[in-house]
Structures are given as C-alpha cells and as structure tokens.
Design a binder for this molecule. Sequence first.
Ligand code: PAF
Length: 303
Amino acid sequence: MKTVIIGAGAMGSLFGGLLTEAGADVWMLDVWKEHVEVLQKEGLSIEWEGCTRIIPVNATTDMHKPGKADLIIIFVKSLHTQVAADTAAALLAEHGVILTLQNGMGNADILAETVGGRQVLAGTTAHGATLLGPGCIRHAGKATTCIGMWREGDSHPAARVADFLTQAAIQTDMVEEIRPIVWNKLLVNIGINSITALTSIQNGQLLDLPQTRALSAAAVAEAAAVAEAQGIHVATDMVEQTFAIAKSTASNRSSMGQDVDALRPTEISAINGFIVREAKRLGIDAPVNRTLTTLIETLQAHY
Ligand code: PAF
C-alpha cells in the first residue's frame, strides 16, 4: 500500500518511520525545509526508551515527488487541513483512501468535502511523540490507534488500513462507529490543552490543584453536553478519562502548550472553539469553553 504522510511533525514522522521500518513504500511530505533536508541526508532519528535508531526515509517538500498513493495519512495541524486536503486530492490513487489522525473536530469533514466521503477514514492515536529538532523525534509511548470510515458505507477500506498499520507495529483497531471515539479524544483535548497552554504547566500539573481540576471538568462537561445534543454518546466518565490521560502524559507539554511556547498559531478553533460554535448553533451556553477560546485567541494575537 503506497503511503504518503502529509505533515511530518512528531506524529507524522513517527508513523512514517515505523511504516518504512516495516518495509512499506512511504513518502513523508512537509513544508519545513530544514527538517526534510535532515531526513533526506541523515534519515529519521527515533529515540525510544533511551536508545536511538536511525531509519532512512523518503521525505520531500515537493508534492509532485511521491506520485499517486493508495493511502494518505494527514497529520498537519488542523489550521492547515484544507491545504493538505487539496494536496491529498491531487495525490490520491483511484481507489485510495485518506486517513486523518489529527487533533480537533472538522478535519474529516473538510477531507470528505474535498475528495468525497467514501474515501475518508478518521481516527485517534494514543501514541506519544515529541519533535526534538530537525529529523529527530522521541517516541514517548506506544498505545492503540483506532480508525473507521468517517461517513457510513463499506468498512473494508478501514479494515485494510487497520491491518496494514498493525503489521507495521502500529497496533490499530477498526471500529464501525468512529465518531464517538473522535469526540472522546476531542473532550480530552478540551480538558487539557488550552488550560495547560495558558498556565505554562505540564499535563500532569493540571491535577495538582482543585482549581485546575474543576476548570478542566467544567470544560469537558460543557463539551459532553454539546455532543449529547448532537446525538453523539460520549463515554460517561470523560472527566476521569481526561484526568487519567493528564496523569499518563504527566511530563508532556500538551501540543497547544508547545505551540504557545513556540509562538505558533494553535488548534484552538478546532478544539474549544469548535464547541463554542456548535453550542451557539444548538442554543446551549458554553461559557467555560468561550472564555478559554478567547484567552488563547488573545494570547496568539499578541505573540
Ligand atoms: O494534544 C495533545 O497534546 C495530546 O492529544 C494529549 C493527549 C493532550 C497529550 O498531550
């Protein structure tokens, strides 16, 4: 299954590296020249449990280089999904599929509107990876990836991709209904990302004070109410799940925290901002998510 990864940040590089290591025909496509040059000249360096290994990979900034792909995996930040979708549309082979494993909500819909719903898979991955510098990542933790067709229909493409990833040591489950799982992950990001970004703390420190625990729980509860109003049944213990993930990723800075630290635009619009827009549409009040969104937007505007 010829594969192109669009967005070779920490997670894109990890998937690209693991698939290449397993013998798959993979290209990593990214706009960051310095990173791509190191990947081309020196290969991808993956640090795992204190050991580092180098994997020779195919990487490029030129979207015409990889040729047609049977599988395209999107890992760009949600701000860039439309650009990635247009690139993916040009690269997708006739019976190919696109998989988004990005944070936030709205990515799969953008892809489906660009290439057609039957070719779009969505999912979540709980692998942890940190970008250490150009060409260099740390694989922080192995965990399950879960994928499914975004819009109803034949689930065989999702099953094929799940097998393909699992054979490359990326343990992947295929589910018939992916939406609740993508929502569950959204709720985790809602409960962790903006609060850690605003307060300069690591994920685990969210649990240290009753104040931040309460803020996180309130943001998650508001988002769960929006999900229910849309007919999506998220897990009933999402606050506990969010706290468990804050604990298991205790020493990580959330992706939004890393964006704010590096003065990069964040994914706020696809995370808490998405809840604010949906709540408004449904006539639900979401003051906690509105405030968190406003504060991150303010921070970004004054970088
Ligand atoms: O966006 C992130 O940082 C991650 O999705 C998570 C799970 C919050 C861990 O840092």
